[in-house]
Design a binder for this molecule. Structure first.
Ligand SMILES: CC(C)(COP(=O)(O)OP(=O)(O)OC[C@H]1O[C@@H](n2cnc3c(N)ncnc32)[C@H](O)[C@@H]1OP(=O)(O)O)[C@@H](O)C(=O)NCCC(=O)NCCS
Length: 192
């Protein structure tokens, strides 16, 4: 089965991605498999390779913005290279990924984390959670707010079958793909 991330990758030039059902859940084995896949895909220098394979450390690879997510049914990663965009003093890229099992997101969860205007603007309330997590995860370390609710999802527009483009209160654009059972959201900030 083609990855749901493929539908979003078509929208973001240069996005590398991979997801697998076998990488579902948050167990150490699936977490390691995701990181091994990143090693194969990005071929990092040995220091970054060690960091990537250390499950006690946040995944980092020089020259790339990467983000990992695990749902019960599937796990995956996305990566965007800094290099083609890092001209002069422009900021490097940043990217955030969230994969959510649709059934896990209840109205109660959404109402605790989202404002009435966010709920009114979203095509489906359940989309808000994945959108918010992806936007939050795209914020570089050191600038992240303490709570997810500090990131607002502002606008939504349809962008192809099952795909929506959204904006948030942080730099960048996001895309959400609704496969029915799973929601995939990627938020990416590129320099102007
Ligand atoms: C960070 C957060 C978005 C992770 O989301 P999640 O639904 O729990 O888990 P996901 O499966 O989508 O993502 C987990 C992956 O995100 C990455 N990650 C962890 N913390 C992160 C962060 N702060 N920013 C970006 N990515 C993060 C890791 O790669 C992790 O997988 P790994 O440990 O196997 O490498 C979530 O914990 C959250 O909402 N945090 C809100 C802020 C918060 O809780 N702060 C606590 C201090 S008060």
């Amino acid at each position: 089965m083609a990855s749901g991330l493929r539908r979003i990758a078509e929208k973001i030039p240069g996005l590398k991605y991979k997801s697998e059902a076998a990488w579902g859940a948050h167990g150490p084995q699936s977490r390691l498999l995701i990181r091994q896949s990143l090693v194969e895909a990005l071929e990092p220098a040995s220091e970054d390779r060690e960091t990537l394979l250390n499950l006690h450390k946040r995944p980092r690879v020089n020259g790339w913005s990467i983000s990992i997510s695990h749902a019960t049914s599937e796990g995956g990663w996305v990566a965007l290279a800094d290099a083609p965009h890092a001209i002069g003093d422009r900021h490097p890229v940043s990217v955030g990924l969230d994969i959510e099992t649709a059934a896990r997101i209840t109205q109660g969860v959404i109402e605790r984390m989202c404002t009435a205007s966010e709920i009114a603007a979203a095509p489906q309330v359940a989309y808000l959670w994945a959108a918010k997590e992806a936007a939050y995860k795209s914020i570089p370390d050191g600038s992240q707010p303490q709570v997810l609710s500090a990131v607002s999802i502002l606008t939504w527009q349809p962008d192809g079958p099952g795909v929506y483009r959204f904006t948030a209160s942080v730099p960048g654009y996001g895309w959400l793909y609704d496969s029915g059972s799973t929601h995939y959201a990627v938020y990416a900030a590129l320099p102007d």
